[in-house]
Design a binder for this molecule. Structure first.
Ligand code: CO
Length: 166
C-alpha cells in the first residue's frame, strides 16, 4: 500500500469515526430540552405547551404588572413575576399540569408532559382494545442513522484496504 493511499485511508477512517461518534452522541437518550411560555397581555402563550419528561419550561413576564404561573395542584409556583422576571421548572413526571395566575385567575395555561415512548407499556393491558388507528409519527432517528453510516463507511474501507493488501 502506497503512502498516498494510506494517508487517504486514514482521513476517510477519521471522518467515519467522527460520524460514528456524532451519531452515537445524538442517539443518547434523555437529552433535556427547554421550552418557553411568554406572559403578555394577561395571557400565557402558548396556552397549552407539550413537552417531554425532563424538559424545562421557562415563563417570562413581559407585562408591566405582576403575574404568576401557579400549578392548580401545587406542582410548581413561580411566585410573583415582575416585568422581565423569569421562572423555570423542570418536569420530571408525565402528566397534564394546569396552572393559572394567582392575581388574575382567568389567566390559565396547561403543560402537557409526555413520557418517552420506551417508558410506555409494551402491549396494551389485557381487556383493552389496542388502538390500531394511525400510528403516532415517529421522530426520525437521525442519530442512529449517522452511526449506521459511520459503521458502513468503516466496513467499506476495511474491505477496500483488505482487497488492496491481498
Ligand atoms: Co396575571
Amino acid at each position: 500500500m502506497t503512502a498516498h493511499i494510506a494517508r487517504r485511508a486514514t482521513i476517510v477512517s477519521l471522518m467515519a469515526a467522527g460520524l460514528l461518534l456524532a451519531g452515537m452522541v445524538a442517539a443518547l437518550p434523555g437529552r433535556a430540552g427547554g421550552a418557553a411560555v411568554e406572559i403578555a397581555d394577561f395571557a400565557f402563550t402558548p396556552a397549552t405547551l407539550t413537552i417531554m419528561v425532563g424538559d424545562t419550561v421557562t415563563w417570562t413576564n413581559s407585562d408591566p404588572m405582576v403575574h404568576t404561573a401557579t400549578s392548580t395542584t401545587g406542582a410548581f409556583d413561580s411566585g410573583d413575576l415582575a416585568q422581565g422576571d423569569a421562572y423555570s421548572f423542570t418536569f420530571t413526571e408525565a402528566g397534564t399540569y394546569d396552572y393559572l395566575c394567582t392575581p388574575h385567575p382567568t389567566m390559565t395555561g396547561t403543560i402537557v408532559v409526555e413520557a418517552p415512548p420506551h417508558d410506555g407499556p409494551a402491549s396494551p393491558p389485557p381487556g383493552e382494545i389496542p388502538n390500531v388507528a394511525m400510528p403516532a409519527p415517529v421522530a426520525f432517528p437521525t442519530g442512529w442513522l449517522m452511526a449506521a453510516l459511520g459503521i458502513g463507511l468503516l466496513s467499506g474501507l476495511a474491505l477496500r484496504v483488505g482487497r488492496r493488501s491481498a
